[in-house]
Design a protein around this ligand. Structure first.
Ligand code: HAM
Length: 436
């Protein structure tokens, strides 16, 4: 036998029953985004590697360890230089690239964009952590984005969306990083307080200490976590400028007004470099170690840093696989029943029934049959499995009389129609469609 090739580690097939859950999740998200005035944007699944290095951050784990680079290198059009391409590890960088490239700033002062699609990170796979996973995300970009109300609105949108998707027991944690200058000052304070503890940090964090000390705060290593827990400057940390403090207070006030429950977590810094001011994370403890179901924040300097105009921005992304894990719904419950299942018991009638089936479908009646008919019993079992509301039967008797029996599976009644009375059959089925 030929050798079987299995799917790559850290990826998953979404089989038809499960796909129903994905469709439902996507359509609920689209409805919520419509209500909040967000429009869909679709960007390529791969971009130049540099785009991610310059946005997510050269020293971030994502760029350092998880980029999935494409083996095929392309020629840069202008200067014949070879360009490195990577599968997108997240959506924000691509959306900002597209915002700049398509001059969306000229179209409106606030672009409210959403995306749904696969992301790729070469992580060590485990429950809730895949190499190809899917995000639902939003990005609100533009000069008019500079308002604490927008931070609150985006957080409220994430909260409402999670609830719509059936998740109610999540915790929302928020924090502020302040401006780039504030972040710099905070990094200095952090460096000072870690200075005599460097030896206790993991090799990665010892490296991070010099290159990007904030990353130490989201290291999952046990030793590093206990060092971080032991730091004592959190409560009265004075690294924020008065303006940044004021901004964060305004965000919290707006969240309070919207009755959004949150926990302030001064240790929340997020693993991506582009954040400034508000950062937040939605987590669901039941999920174990990979408990973040979504996260986001403000990134006021990214558009400019990537060569675009001055434009503030805020957004978030939810992990679709983790939401499905947390809600644990069954796809089969969403399976819609057929309008009709056509049963043929006579070989001679097969062509007639086959034509009837296609005609029904052409009129929008969902219908099916077994193209290799078996016994009445097995075909009725099939009809049952397909949750068919009606069964159309062409047996020996019907074939002789030029008729077909229409059995209403819900009412348990049946009546005969002439085979030629197609419109009558359709309208009978249609009149009961809504009661299915
Ligand atoms: P992130 O925290 O890297 O942020 O990812 C957001 C969510 O994607 C996570 O909370 C998690 O649910 C899901 N996720 C991430 N990695 C994996 C994985 N390997 N397997 C399964 N699920 C995963 C971002 O991506 C930012 N772009 C969010 C953002 C948008 N910030 C501003 N705008």
């Amino acid at each position: 036998m030929d050798q079987f090739i299995s799917l790559p580690r850290g990826t998953a097939d979404i089989l038809p029953e499960e796909a129903l859950l994905w469709q439902a999740m996507e359509s609920q998200a689209r409805t919520v985004f419509g209500v909040y005035g967000y429009q869909e944007i679709r960007t390529p699944f791969f971009e130049e590697t540099d785009l991610f290095a310059r946005s997510v951050g050269q020293t971030s784990d994502i760029v350092q360890k998880q980029m999935l680079n494409l083996a095929a290198q392309t020629e840069a059009q202008e200067n014949d230089k070879s360009t490195s391409l990577s599968l997108r590890p997240e959506g924000t960088a691509s959306i900002v690239r597209s915002y700049i490239q398509n001059r969306l700033d000229k179209k409106e002062k606030l672009s409210k964009l959403f995306y749904i699609g696969p992301m790729f990170r070469g992580e060590r796979p485990q429950k809730g952590r895949l190499r190809q996973f899917h995000q639902i995300g939003v990005e609100a970009i533009g000069p008019d984005s500079a308002s604490p109300f927008l931070d609150a609105e985006v957080i409220a949108l994430g909260t409402n969306l999670l609830k719509q998707l059936g998740l109610n027991d999540f915790v929302l944690r928020i924090n502020t990083l302040g401006t780039l200058e504030d972040k710099g000052a905070f990094s200095g304070i952090l460096k000072d307080s870690l200075q005599d503890k460097i030896r206790n940090l993991c090799p990665d964090c010892q490296n991070r200490y010099d290159r990007n000390v904030l990353r130490v705060l989201d290291c999952k290593n046990k030793e590093c976590r206990s060092v971080v827990e032991g730091l004592n400057f959190w409560r009265n940390c004075e690294y924020l400028s008065p303006k940044s403090k004021e901004y964060f207070e305004a965000v919290k006030k707006a969240l309070d007004a919207l009755e959004i429950t949150y926990v302030e977590d001064p240790k929340l810094v997020r693993g991506l470099d582009y954040y400034t001011h508000t950062v937040f994370e939605f987590s669901c403890q039941r999920l174990g170690s990979q408990d973040a179901v979504g996260a986001g924040g403000r990134y006021n300097n990214l558009v400019e840093q990537l060569g675009g105009p001055v434009a503030d921005a805020v957004g978030f992304a939810l992990g679709m696989e983790r939401i499905l894990l947390a809600t644990a719904k069954e796809g089969a419950e969403l399976q819609a029943g057929l309008d009709a299942f056509v049963v043929c018991l006579q070989e001679e009638g097969l062509l007639k029934v086959f034509k009837l089936l296609q005609d029904l479908r052409a009129r929008g009646v969902s219908a099916d049959m077994n193209l290799r008919p078996g016994s009445m019993k097995s075909q009725m079992r099939q009809a049952d499995k397909a949750k068919a509301r009606f069964v159309l039967i062409l047996g020996e008797e019907e074939l002789k009389a030029g008729e077909v029996t229409l059995k209403d599976m819900k009412q348990g009644v049946q009546e005969k129609f002439r085979l030629g009375a197609f419109e009558e059959i359709v309208s009978k089925i249609r009149s009961n469609k809504s009661e299915n």
